[in-house]
Write a protein that binds this ligand. Structure first.
Ligand code: SF4
Length: 781
């Protein structure tokens, strides 16, 4: 949608159109969240230490030199699951300004990554032609040559070894239309359920946690709840760096309501912990003990909402049998604060204080992300986090809700909702459910029995199957497993053994190093499609730019592939709008119903949240309460996702299944992101200003661990685990908990995932990136 030229665009830096987060003084703003106006007003005072100061001023000056934008377009940030709305100012076919969209859920705020979207389409290293590896080197090829080779190899594999010998590995960065098409093509067309991708590494445990608890994936609440909560229970997340507009909204709530309490549970003293009122630093891997111990206090000290539980909740023992209140009490006896305090490394009084706070304040909102999801007990952590809300009745009221934050921009809409994981079909249907398969076969117009009855291979198994030859061909689209997989050395070898096709916007990624064919993809606003972010909000991104060279949209590539595989009739929707119509109509057969989201509505709206079953429905911010179209008449709350309309609490005991810490591997490595860089850095680390401002890959540890090892800031250390070893510089800081190291994973030339364990949660199959036992020694030069 073209908006009128902004009335304030005579301000060449685009400062006036941004929201004023400053209020009346520096103490009222988070220095971690930036409108561009904030940056300019705060820059000198704060020194822009996280941004590299002068480099960022250079970007702003360069943008100013291009003059004011002549047209403005509504769009969405390319990066994370916050899904910030942006206004893009264009002139002469170039994006020259970006502003946070005041009318979107991010309320005009952007983080530094979003503020630098202007340069995204001009970054160096774009792929402009297909390439085929010949004599060990990727060489330029025509589209016809490359696609013919891809089709030939996939057909050969299917002919010789069956459909399960081919696989698709995608991501939450593709548009909904693209992931939906790939999923349909592989499962209903090629007959392979080997459809998985980065979201398995990122939030599979959250998806399983919601589904087990409420019968349906995706959160009950929304970002809007932030404006009503009094307690923010942030666990295993660092929104001050990774979801900054969300955290700014939390800080804004605290500024307006001084009774608000922000709790941060994280072994590291992160930027979020710095801003929190209470920081709890449990031993890595032990936080299920904390959650059950809080439940112990809630139940035994009379803070539970028993009326709510008896009306709306059913409980299950670990063996699947029904549990009653007495069974819950007996189960919780083992988690008395005094019994778990030492193992947790948290004083018992602190646990009691937290439990009381969580249960008794008018509205408690919990937020979490990879710290709970990327764990061997990720599903138990997710179901237990939801259980705390159910036990206390902290759900279904404004501000009282669990909300799992997400990492990739379209992982919820594009992958979870489309069912583009090995065990899923669209809208919560399961591969293992015969009725669900039959339903999808009918919708997709394929013969009964076409969809294979067993789940495909999850990410780890998929790469192991390439290792032993069960999977011969991989179509890898818009993701970078050559950098993001754990135990990377093993899976690099696996990629060498298969025929690997990489579809990417950029050349020379850690994955394309193993590619047999590389296909150049259009990115972001070089194509049209829908993104669905954390809170079930779908937003349309329009095509505003042409892709460079011969690059094509991922949808065009999938359609071409389908035709060459003889599946043109199945993949008959060829444009984003045609695919959306098919998919939108399909949703009306489910509780995900967003059939009211026409393309035209999405073009105008600043995001719509499903369920949204009719074209005049406003969308649904909060599920399971009146206003949600599926809630039965006269019910205050209705967990309609389960047959008995009750949510579930699972009495899953804590078991220490993390990578064992012992005398050989006495420290724990945990990995994550930093404020400026996004995911594996294929985009952000090519932005010169960001690259200049961020340190190269390094290990961070506290002084108490560094000194006995003879390590000082700037020294080099060799970090060895049971999986691999990596040498790198050391930064000594007060952030990591004693006994732990932290490393970010964005640096493509320093692959820290070579050290990380590939242990995973047994149900979600999500790997544990947070608790790898390691040995550290100083490298003497
Ligand atoms: Fe918003 Fe995430 Fe983009 Fe930052 S990276 S502007 S938080 S969507």
């Amino acid at each position: 949608m073209t908006t009128s030229k902004d009335e304030k665009s005579d301000d060449v830096l685009g400062l006036s159109g941004t929201s004023d987060a400053l209020g009346n003084g520096l103490d009222e703003v988070s220095p971690t969240v930036f409108s561009r106006r904030d940056i300019l007003r705060l820059g000198a005072a704060l020194g822009l230490t996280t941004l590299g100061g002068g480099a960022f001023w250079g970007v702003l000056e360069a943008m100013a030199a291009k003059g004011p934008a002549t047209e403005w377009f509504k769009s969405v940030c390319r990066y994370c699951g916050t899904g910030c709305g942006v206004q893009l100012g264009m002139s002469d076919g170039e994006v020259i300004e970006v502003r946070g969209d005041e009318d979107a859920h991010n309320q005009g705020k952007l983080c530094i990554k979003g503020s630098l979207l202007t340069v995204l389409n001009q970054l160096p290293g774009r792929l402009t032609t297909p390439q085929i590896r010949r004599d060990g080197t990727l060489r330029k090829a025509s589209w016809d040559e490359a696609m013919a080779l891809v089709a030939e190899r996939f057909k050969q594999a299917i002919r010789e070894a069956g459909p399960s010998s081919v696989a698709y590995f995608g991501s939450g960065q593709l548009y909904i239309e693209e992931s939906y098409t790939a999923n349909k093509l592989f499962k209903a067309g090629l007959g392979s359920n080997n459809v998985d991708g980065n979201p398995r590494l990122c939030m599979a445990s959250a998806a399983v946690g919601y589904t087990k608890t409420y019968g349906k994936d995706e959160p009950p609440g929304a970002f809007e709840d932030i404006d009503h909560a009094e307690v923010f229970f942030i666990i295993g997340a660092n929104p001050a760096e990774c979801h900054q507009p969300v955290f700014e909204r939390i800080l804004s709530r605290r500024r307006q309501h001084p009774n608000t309490v922000i709790v941060c549970v994280d072994p590291r003293r992160t930027m979020t912990a710095e801003y929190a009122d209470i920081h709890i630093s449990p031993r890595p891997g032990s936080d299920l003990l904390l959650l059950w111990s809080m439940a112990n206090v809630i139940v035994h000290d009379g803070f539970a909402d028993r009326d709510f539980v008896s009306a709306h909740v059913s409980m299950q023992n670990v063996d699947g049998s029904a549990a009653d209140w007495g069974a819950l009490e007996r189960f919780l006896d083992g988690y008395a604060p005094s019994k778990v305090s030492e193992r947790l490394g948290v004083p018992a009084a602190r646990i009691r204080e937290l439990a009381q706070l969580f249960a008794t304040r008018p509205a408690t909102m919990s937020l979490w992300t990879m710290g709970l999801n990327q764990r061997v007990d990720g599903v138990a952590l997710n179901t237990t986090m939801n259980a705390l809300h159910l036990l206390t009745g902290q759900i279904g009221r404004p501000g009282a809700t669990p909300l799992s934050l997400t990492g990739q921009g379209n992982a919820c809409g594009g992958v979870r909702d489309t069912g583009s994981l090995a065990h899923l079909l669209p809208h919560g249907r399961l591969i293992t459910n015969p009725a669900h398969r039959a339903e999808m076969e009918q919708h997709w117009g394929v013969p009964a029995g076409r969809i294979a009855p067993t789940p495909g291979l999850d990410a780890l198994e998929l790469f192991r199957a390439m290792e032993d030859g069960r999977v011969r061909c991989l179509l890898n689209v818009c993701t970078n497993p050559g950098q993001s997989m754990p135990n990377l050395g093993r899976y690099e070898e696996a990629m060498k053994r298969a025929f690997v096709v990489v579809v990417d916007a950029f050349e020379d990624t850690a994955t394309s190093r193993f590619a047999d064919v590389v296909l150049p993809a259009a990115m972001w606003i070089e194509k049209e499609g829908v993104y669905g972010q954390t809170e079930r909000r779908y937003q349309l991104l329009e095509k505003l730019l042409e892709a460079p060279g011969e690059a094509r949209s991922d949808l065009e590539i999938l359609v071409d592939f389908a035709e060459r595989m003889g599946l043109a009739d199945l993949i008959s929707a060829r444009t984003p709008a045609e695919v959306w119509e098919e998919y939108r109509n399909l949703s009306s057969h489910s509780k995900y119903d967003f059939s009211g989201m026409t393309r035209e509505r999405l073009r105008e709206a600043h995001g719509l949240q499903w369920p949204c079953p009719t074209e005049d429905h406003p969308g649904t911010a909060r599920r399971y309460i009146p206003g949600d179209p599926f809630v039965r008449e006269g019910r205050d709350i209705d967990f309609y996702g389960t047959p008995d309309h009750k949510a579930r609490i699972f009495l899953t005991p804590y078991e220490d299944r993390s990578d064992p810490v012992d005398a050989d591997f006495p420290l724990i490595l945990t990995t994550g992101r930093i404020v400026e860089q996004w995911h594996t850095g294929t985009m952000t680390d090519r932005i010169p200003e960001i690259r200049e401002a961020t340190p190269r890959g390094h290990f961070e540890l506290c002084e108490g661990d560094a000194v006995p090892l003879g390590l000082q800031d700037g020294d080099r250390a060799l970090v060895t685990s049971r999986y691999g070893a990596l040498e790198g510089p050391v930064k000594v800081s007060r952030s990591p908990r004693p006994g732990t190291l932290f490393a970010a994973f964005y640096d493509a030339h320093w692959l820290v995932n070579k050290v990380v364990t590939d242990r995973c949660d047994p149900t979600s199959k999500q790997p544990d990136y947070k608790t790898t036992a390691v040995h550290v020694e100083k490298v003497r030069t």
